[in-house]
Write a protein that binds this ligand. Sequence first.
Ligand SMILES: [Zn+2]
Length: 832
Amino acid sequence: MVDPGIESGVSRKLATYRKAVLSDINYRLSFNIPSQKTTAIDAKEILSFSLRSLKYPLQLDFRETASKLKSVSVNGLKIAITHDQEHLIIASKYLKTGTNQVEIDFTAGEGALNRNADYLYTLFVPDRARTVFPCFDQPDLKANYTLSLSLPKDWKAMANGALQDSLVNGDRKILNYKTSDTISTYLFAFVAGNFSKVTGSVGPYATEFLFRETDTSKIKPSVTEVFKLHDDALKYLENWTGIPYPFQKFGFVAIPDFQFGGMEHVGNIQYKSSALFLDGGATKDQFNSRSNVISHETAHMWFGDMVTMNWFTDVWMKEVFANFMADKSTEALTGKDMFDLKFLVDHFTLAYGVDRTAGANPIRQELDNLKDAGTMYGNIIYHKAPIMMRQLERLMGKEKFQEGVREYLNKFRNSNASWPDLIKILDEYTPEELQKWNKVWVNEPGRPIITYKLETSNNKISKLSISQKPEYGKSRVWPQLFEIGLIYPGSSKEISVNLNNASVDVPQAVGLDVPSFVLFNSSGQGYGVWPTDQAMLKQIRLIDKPLNRASAYISIYENMLIGRSIAPEDALQLFVNELSTEREELNVKLISNYIGTIYWEFLKPAARVKVSLMLEDAVWIALEKQSALNIKKLLFKTYQDIFSSKEARDKLYQIWSSSMAVAGVKLTEDDYTALAFSLALRDDKDATILNRQLERISNPDRRKRFEFIMPAVSSSLATRDAFFESLSLKVNREKEANVGAALYYLHHPLRQAGSLKYLPKSLELLSEIQTTGDIFFPQNWLQATLGNYQSKEAADIVRKFLNDNPNYNPKLKAKILQTADNLFKAEQLIGQ
Ligand SMILES: [Zn+2]
């Protein structure tokens, strides 16, 4: 056995050592939670485990000051407390081989308790359990938890296990929970506070749902639907995996301004409240996101919670399966066409957003210490990995793939496994060379750029060849299966292609009539930058399937970014022209996003002035022409995003101030809030807008959110300066979702003259944000900060920061390069 040494965080060495010597771990934990958020939480822990070796001292992880540890007893003997490098260290002389018991009285650390005035929730992924209580904080030391909470009498709570009994004593109560299933530390969780509770069922399980939403127009339609979506997802997963739901209970909580969309704690799933509670004004996209996040978290019960990665190197595996299974269960509900379209617009746009940059990371990344585990998360694991998995499934065939995954789940049930474990099993089910395939798709970043050659004679195709080369880096080949469409006026023909080499011929095309143009990647499963030549750009209306059009739109945008085929102004005009005729809501969403991005990031301010009236008019005309309510609403949002004229302002101001939307557009309170921010951002002459909007908001959590964002939207530069300054303190960054929203306004293109000066400090803060914030925060911080700049000055600040810090954490550097990519591309595409 290798000496694990003592260093901060949880090193791979320490984890390997502990995995070799520890088993049968049980935590009995009690927390005494006061009603006042500022009063400390007294806690007690009785930890038992079986130990195989006494060679090195035992380290418990506790990332807190030593003074929080009040007393420690080992096997009945009180010992002196040794706390070093974030570890409570127990000398071997106090331990024995076989069963041991450690008792600790302590004050709970608050780094991951998310305490609010009248509620709190734990969020321990990936290594934050150790900020609250001493533990073996690594995913492959699964344990049982027996939890007891002492709470103010009126509070409600939820834990991993079912409630065993409760006892009220004066204004306090004690809740004792049944021992949990065997789970990893990052999945241990509880929530407590002032919540409403409803009970329903998911599968055969009586299920509780806690929430703080107060708007009955959201609660009524949402609650039933939220139970039903969980129930559908559970049934789909049980059926697909062949394994019944593997835990003792089901339950979920909606948390205001939650850091993520959801988190898959066993028996106690947490969601962002606004993702679950939708009212009649919600768009298809919002409903899709809701069913997606519910299916995603439910899929985690098998993928991640039941079979868990050994180490966070493979955190992407649980995410890819959760997303992949969520997509599949959606397919079962919506049908194949909608599934294909959703898969394309959800995953490819976001995967390309990272993979096209100089900071692109592979799906599988190395990790030496869990303290850096948060940097593994991003759109590659959430969005490129499902694309890769779908290619893998297609390569193996659906049935073989499912059989292989079932074998993997059964083999590693209630324990841990790695990606090589799965690939080894899948390899048995296919003659294909998975190891080689794995190398380029999983272990390397990047995407190919595709070119083609079409030869014709007598108006027939005589030869069609397709080639790929990497966008960056050394020569390599992405073996992949995809479709091309030969588009003719009034008809089309689709051909499947296996591009398993640098260049392949397409014999099926030979002898066919020469098409008006070739639509590459028509079915949207191929990965790369696909050719969009002039014939296609001019005749895009010939493409009649929404899926095929989505693929064309994405290719056009990606080609624009690499400087091939089309310039930003022309791409903008092409997308604008489609707005009135595009009937598929998801496509309208896609192109209106592209319009917003090109307008703000890829047109110089002078060019923006030139097109702004055309754009306003075109969006408004499209809004009037389109008949579907959700499409109208998307177009209204686009209008609100890009408007600049006085007429547009008066129109929007009138709508906001009278709370009367245009015919056919239903606006919710959140929509009026966004509209108020949008008007204020343009220094509206009515300076009372924000205060009046605040008065209209009745839900206390939403009021807090609004009050937090207000100074970031203020017309006063001094107020905005003070707001930015306040973010230096962690306590002001606690509501990460709100910080992200505020930064978006703070750095909006209309405000950049004043906010450019925040960039150096924002970059300096990044490493502290990574250590103190939750997993998505570094990315969100950078995206909201750098995402909308286009000037050389801004690009120079980023370059200077990277030059001045040559030894910067490489994973954080990659995040900077990812989020500054549009900024650097704007420099190249439109000059300065
Ligand atoms: Zn997930």
